[in-house]
Design a protein around this ligand. Structure first.
Ligand code: NIG
Ligand code: FE
Length: 382
């Protein structure tokens, strides 16, 4: 097994218990794992040596919430929003039509391009949801496309009731033949609990059916208005409640007590021109918080976790350290992954070398490509 010494690291964020952030550091990669972390003044021997010349090194980003598989775009809807039009869940149907119309090879090419864009910007772990197919066949092919890109694929058949369907019959389809078809390809299930999408009972049916098939549970919760989504996530022992834009004190307590991760997606609020999630209230109450891109053509067409970190600092009131933690270790918790999102010994060697002396630059220099190099599973991929 080849070993590589990364040395002369100006600032290393490993999230190690004793020294979560260390200056003048070095790290050894053996195969696809982190084998040693310490000071750059006394380093072990290795087969190869990379001098990063004082750069900061952070764990690869963990984007725990994306909808990367879709056809078309909704730039016209975005432009209309800038002219004052509000966002509504029904816009999803536009993308459903475009996705169904796209042959699988093109669907794959487009999703692969977005996943590559995410990787170039430092995302080494990616979750991908279906949800723009909404037929057995189209949900299955969306998840099959996702399966070529990531092990973290989430069945979101309950995204919106498709045109011409009745809600109750559609939920029967999702919990019956659709789930049956996708259960072997999906690793998790999600439902959009919102007015205009699915109500609490419908979401509970969908999510418990998925859980019974061994799928992990995520919930699109409390995005557009207060609602039952967060409490539902807590009562089902979901891995995460995502969005959490409109939460009550009881919701905050339920998240804290259940250990459900609140996945905040500030780029969606940026793009929909909505109020931002109350990250401070959540963090101060002791809730586990992740940040993710929510990359999708309707509410958040970005793959950039750097942009999300900058928004988390500027708009969610998070410190740069909290934001980076949420974008790495937080995302790993939302996906129940223990070996990513940190760089302690034994972690997967997924890391980003920044073109900056400190991780703070991720928020301090918004819109700038600060990624000098990306290493995934021990391989330099950028
Ligand atoms: O997470 N909220 C539900 N789904 C997406 C938006 C989907 C769309 O508008 O196409 C989201 O924001
Ligand atoms: Fe989403």
């Amino acid at each position: 097994m080849t070993s590589t010494l990364l040395t002369n690291i100006g600032q290393l964020v490993s999230w190690d218990d004793e020294q979560p952030i260390r200056e003048k550091a070095a790290l050894v990669i053996e195969g696809d794992r982190v084998a040693w972390v310490g000071s750059s003044s006394v380093t072990p021997l290795a087969d190869e040596r990379i001098d990063v010349d004082g750069a900061a090194v952070v764990p690869g980003f963990v984007d725990s919430h994306t909808h990367l598989v879709f056809g078309g775009d909704r730039s016209e809807e975005f432009e209309a929003r800038l002219a004052g039009q509000p966002y509504a869940a029904g816009g999803i149907r536009t993308t459903v039509a475009a996705t169904r119309a796209l042959p699988t090879p093109q669907l794959r090419v487009r999703a692969t391009r977005l996943a590559a864009e995410a990787l170039r910007s430092g995302t080494t772990t990616l979750e991908i949801k279906s949800g723009y197919g909404l037929t057995v066949e189209d949900e299955l092919r969306s998840l099959e496309v996702a399966s070529t890109l990531t092990p973290h694929r989430t069945f979101l058949g309950a995204h919106v009731v498709p045109e011409g369907s009745d809600a109750s019959n559609y939920v029967d389809l999702v919990t019956g033949p659709m789930l049956e078809a996708v259960a072997g390809v999906a690793s998790a299930i999600d439902a959009f609990c919102e007015e205009g999408a699915f109500d609490e009972d419908q979401c509970r049916r969908v999510l418990t059916a998925g859980a019974a098939r061994g799928l992990a549970v995520h919930v699109h919760a409390n995005q557009l208005r207060p609602g039952p989504g967060v409490q539902l996530a807590a009562s089902l022992g979901a891995l995460s409640a995502d969005h959490c834009t409109h939460v009550t004190d009881e919701d905050v307590t339920a998240l804290r007590d259940s250990g459900v991760v609140a996945v905040l997606v500030p780029a969606a609020e940026f793009s929909t021109r909505s109020a931002y999630a109350p990250a401070r209230r959540l963090l101060d109450a002791g809730v586990s918080v992740a940040v993710a891109t929510d990359c999708n053509p309707g509410t958040s067409f970005t793959t950039s976790m750097g942009f999300v970190i900058a928004l988390a600092c500027r708009e969610l009131g998070m410190t740069p350290r909290e934001a980076l933690h949420a974008a790495t270790a937080g995302g790993a918790s939302a996906l129940a992954q223990r070996d990513v999102g940190h760089l302690r010994v034994g972690a997967r060697a997924d890391l980003v070398v920044l073109d900056a002396p400190s991780y703070v630059h991720l928020a301090y220099r918004p819109g700038v490509d600060l990624v000098r190099s990306v290493i995934r599973r021990g391989e330099v991929v950028r």
